[in-house]
Design a binder for this molecule. Structure first.
Ligand SMILES: [Cu+2]
Length: 156
């Protein structure tokens, strides 16, 4: 009896996971390197939605950090500010780029700051009930900055 229930639950879970991965896929994921005493790190990725309706990223889990928030950097009267968001929308049949100066994942309170090349496992949850595991790598920023603007200061 108990075994039957477990099997049914497992089947349900597998089916759900497969469906979720049909609609949402993640590419180009990375976490930006930070100094050993950094209080927070930024995470970036491209999230693709192949369904015909908007799907929202509502939560990110990573056990190496005390708290994970969804952020967006917004221009407020010429000053770039990071604002906490309840979700990150992924448009129907489209993609949202999480990148420096825009949408990003904020990893707060690292147990110990991961080094360049380290792998971090993320659990992404979406408002359609789907979940996705993403292996991401700690890398140096790909962008070459010619000056340090306030956005960069906020992040590092
Ligand atoms: Cu942020």
């Amino acid at each position: 009896m108990i075994t039957k229930k477990i099997v049914l639950f497992a089947l349900f879970f597998i089916t759900n996971t497969v469906l979720a991965q049909n609609y949402i896929s993640v590419t180009e994921s990375w976490i930006r390197t930070a100094p050993p005493n950094a209080p927070m790190l930024g995470g970036f990725m491209d999230i693709n939605n192949s369904s015909d309706k908007e799907i929202k990223l509502t939560k990110v889990n990573a056990k190496e950090f005390k708290r994970v928030e969804l952020h967006r950097t917004i221009d407020v009267n010429g000053t770039m500010k990071m604002m906490k968001q309840d979700y990150i929308p992924i448009p129907a049949n489209g993609l949202t780029k999480l990148e420096p100066g825009s949408w990003h994942i904020m990893f707060i309170g690292p147990v110990s700051v991961p080094k360049e090349g380290d792998m971090v496992m993320l659990g992404l949850s979406f408002d359609d009930g789907s979940k996705l595991m993403v292996h991401t790598t700690v890398k140096k920023s790909k962008l070459i900055k010619h000056n340090h603007d306030s956005m960069e200061m906020n992040h590092d």
